[in-house]
Design a protein around this ligand. Sequence first.
Ligand SMILES: Nc1ncnc2c1ncn2[C@@H]1O[C@H](COP(=O)(O)OP(=O)(O)O)[C@@H](O)[C@H]1O
Ligand SMILES: [Mg+2]
Length: 369
Amino acid sequence: MSGTSADGIDAALVEFTAAGRRRVPRVIAAASTPYPATLRERVLSLAQTDRALALDDYGRLDVAIGACFAGAASALLRTCGVDPSRVRAIGSHGQTVRHRVGGEQPFTLQIGDPSVIAERTGITTVADFRRADVAAGGQGAPLLPALHAEVFASSSIPRAILNLGGIANLTLLAPGRPVVGFDTGPANCLLDAWVQRHRGTPHDDHGAWARSGRVDAALLAQLLADPWFARPAPKSTGREHFNLGWLEPRLPAAIAAVDVQATLLALTAQSIAAALQRHAADVRELYACGGGVHNTALMAALRSALPGVAIETTQVLGVDPDHVEAIGFAWLARARLAGEPGNLPSVTGARGARLLGAIYAAPSLPMSR
Ligand SMILES: Nc1ncnc2c1ncn2[C@@H]1O[C@H](COP(=O)(O)OP(=O)(O)O)[C@@H](O)[C@H]1O
Ligand SMILES: [Mg+2]
């Protein structure tokens, strides 16, 4: 898995065991590998919407990312001494370089050539999970609510699961009701971009810089006034919308960079809190996952924005918050190979349940025998 943050690759070796109709994931080993700096720059550059696309850059990056993913998977197997022949499949999300699902020709594009992954690892690879849902009229996102429902739902109390990646997405699990899930807006993407520009670091460690600034209430109100936030679900978003080009025209003439960071952190917390109150005012338990759980200032801001809600991480439910997304794509690969649908139409808005992902066979399969 590599998300909108483009911070690196999260790999998890997962085993699923059946418990009634549910499947319980067990993480055997997991590792995060940062993208090499030059590769990250190429990803972020290709993901910029104002830049003309060079097809050669695109093709080369597709293969380079595939090779990087393959390297992460093989390294993980080596560290835990598991032979590739024992792995049923790799589920590869790919690196999103565009997600434009509004408009006449909606599309979403994840790259990282799955044939390269299958060839280099010797493991059947399932990839391209989002496009079948988009073709069926859905948002193609978020896809994790299906996993959240299977692993984190309670039969008696409503729960919310919050993924804090580049973008934030919320899953609402209420007993006896269809699963609801949607993006709430930026989680880390604006925070990362702003701290990168002003401090030269890829993220604001523990939110310490944001914590030392002051929230500009007028700016916060202006940012929250973007009509995207009030749009009804299903909805999803990405860097195409929430980027520095979106922020800059809204900034007042004289504002300290540190106060912008504090205000962006408040934007993340407030937009999540507003979405939860609008869609599930009865929820009293929220479990967070994704890299944003390490931003202690963000977690504190969420707690003060939602005083009536107990906010923990998914660790309390037995799953390391850094592993949830990677588990999700193992889960989707398993579903695809079992011929089971991966999307939840109540979440994505697709016309129906669909098989998600395409299968790239391991090189040693039938023909060489
Ligand atoms: N120690 C930390 N302090 C602050 N933010 C962090 C920390 N660790 C991770 N993050 C944030 O989490 C992001 C990565 O989260 P991740 O779940 O991998 O997102 P994505 O799925 O978009 O790649 C980083 O870009 C960063 O903003
Ligand atoms: Mg990441």
